[in-house]
Design a protein around this ligand. Structure first.
Ligand code: FMN
Length: 512
């Protein structure tokens, strides 16, 4: 059993974290061809300086959340969190916030702007237990429970950033899953998976010094043994809840594929803290399957929630809107869009145009497959920050009204009452091989990205693929704003149109 010394942890944080890192000399155990750092070579967890509930008491204090909306850059923003909670979500994460930019003292102006956009404290709505918005309809809403997610590679910066929000949320989560190029360049997210001492220091520093619990969201390794050891390291560092996204770092873009629930189950069996399972939850019924398949304590959904914010709704909604009524809730797209816009308009906290647009493109995706000419209308719409209330969302409202007119005509035509011979692009499930429920295009439903076109691996196609992947990256959503969202939509449309005739190939779901 060979032994090796791990890279030194970069622990520039509190004395506690410095000590932890200084005493960390990692040894490795070899399991087959895989080297796994030896957990006993890490320091013990230690005792927090503030009194804190233990993991399970903390979980129960939040009423044991099971239906969880994932952290999503530019998409799990305040109004979307409110909408998701109205439709059954028990707990929602903020989008990932870059700790360094959040507390960057080099430029006060930049820092203030970044904080305003990513966690607005000025209006007191983000993280509020009860929203007392001026608008109607929001007064009974809450932005709790809320976990604020950060990415970082520096324990002291992470602690400083977490302290800015610790009185406005229930826990701070560390992103260990981001697989995008920007995360590789910035050395955070899943690119920390090779540096266990640094991960230990990041989590442990928060555990010891923050007033609220720290949690972590991880991806899996190829090896189940290493995945389990990794989860146990997070627990030892002080993570009080662990979310396991059952995909490896390489499973992104065209290579996303299915999450491995068996690995999530293995983690659940190995750790003593609550575990949330993430991956493969697209239809409302997948919630029960994921709980049963993983044994996890909660189920997290990202894309499933974006395409159907009622994915966690407990009630069965049947009615004239959906004559073929499968026993699952698929709400009207335009009703959902309007409710979301109601919330955006009623809040004092501004919402980024890029977020609104991306939500509407996703929510309305099936309808826009039929009424393609309306995409441009949505693409040109903007949030008007200078206007008040409803005026802020007037352009989006006009788009939804126009779409609704056409959908009303479709509903009345009877043409769409039966499953069409050729299903709309993106509506065929790789899980059911096209045999699943038929949901008409005016109802919210999951999206299945088209498969790779044979031969796309080479030459120009490869270039196009890499461009397309870059366009759906977290970085782009975060930094390149609304034009990018429109470009992304165009690219996706071009791609989906080009593969319509190639549906016989392997069906692959792509990640963002
Ligand atoms: C638009 C979008 C933004 C995302 N942003 C984040 C993020 O900020 N932090 C994070 O940990 N994961 C992020 N993810 C990944 C999701 O949280 C989730 O792990 C992944 O999509 C798998 O879940 P799903 O199969 O339910 O989509 C994002 C995913 C999407 C679709």
């Amino acid at each position: 059993m060979p032994e090796a010394v791990a890279p030194t942890a970069v622990a520039s944080g509190s004395t506690n974290a410095k000590l932890a890192a200084a005493t960390t000399t990692t040894t490795f155990t070899e399991v087959g061809p895989v080297e796994i750092p030896d957990l006993d070579s890490f320091p013990p967890t230690g005792t927090p300086i503030h009194p804190k509930l233990a993991s399970w008491d903390f979980y129960r204090s939040l009423h044991s959340p099971q239906r969880i909306v994932a952290p999503m850059v530019d998409q799990s923003e305040l109004p979307w969190r409110i909408l998701s909670r109205r439709y059954g979500s028990d707990l929602v994460y903020t989008p990932m916030i870059n700790a360094k930019l959040f507390v960057d003292d080099a430029s006060r102006k930049k820092k203030v702007k970044y904080q305003e956009v990513n966690f607005n404290k000025e209006f007191g709505e983000e993280g509020a237990a009860l929203l007392s918005s001026e608008g109607e309809g929001c007064s009974a809403d809450s932005d709790r429970p809320l976990f604020v997610q950060f990415c970082s590679n520096d324990p002291s910066t992470l602690l400083k950033a977490a302290q800015v929000v610790e009185d406005r949320c229930d826990a701070v989560d560390l992103n260990l899953g981001c697989p995008q190029h920007i995360a590789r360049r910035g050395h955070y997210g899943s690119y920390l998976m090779e540096d266990w001492p640094l991960i230990f220091a990041l989590i442990n520093n928060l555990h010891l010094n923050l007033k609220i619990p720290v949690t972590a969201k991880m991806r899996v390794y190829e090896s189940t043994e290493k995945t389990v050891a990794y989860a146990r390291l997070l627990e030892r560092a002080g993570a009080q809840i662990i979310t396991v996204h059952g995909r490896t770092r390489a499973m992104k873009g065209h290579f996303t594929g299915l999450a491995d629930w068996a690995k999530i189950r293995a983690v659940k069996q190995a750790v003593g803290v609550p575990v949330f399972a993430n991956g493969n939850v697209l239809y409302p019924g997948d919630f029960d399957k994921a709980l049963a398949g993983t044994g996890a304590d909660g189920v997290m959904s990202a894309e499933g929630n974006l395409y159907n914010p009622a994915i966690f709704a407990r009630t069965i909604e049947r009615g004239p809107m959906f004559p073929h009524a499968p026993e699952l809730p698929f709400p009207s797209i335009t009703a959902m869009a309007n409710e979301y816009l109601d919330i955006v308009a009623s809040l004092r906290t501004p919402t980024q145009s890029s977020a609104i647009k991306a939500h509407l493109f996703r929510l309305c995706r099936p309808a826009l497959e039929v009424h393609k000419e309306l995409r441009e209308h949505l693409g040109k719409s903007r949030f008007d920050g200078a206007a008040k209330g409803e005026g802020r969302v007037a352009m989006y409202r006009a788009f939804v009204a126009e779409l609704e007119q056409r959908l009303e005509a479709d509903r009345k035509s009877g043409k769409w009452d039966e499953r069409p011979e050729t299903m709309l692009p993106g509506s065929v499930s790789y899980l059911t091989q096209g045999e699943g429920v038929y949901v008409p295009h005016w109802l919210a439903q999951p999206y299945f990205r088209p498969p790779l076109v044979p031969g796309e691996e080479g030459g120009k196609a490869k270039e196009a693929k890499s461009r397309a992947e870059q366009m759906t990256s977290v970085e782009d959503v975060q930094t390149k704003g609304e034009e990018k969202v429109v470009a992304e939509e165009k690219m996706r449309r071009a791609r989906s149109e080009s593969v319509e005739t190639n549906q016989a190939g392997k069906k692959v779901k792509l990640d963002e």
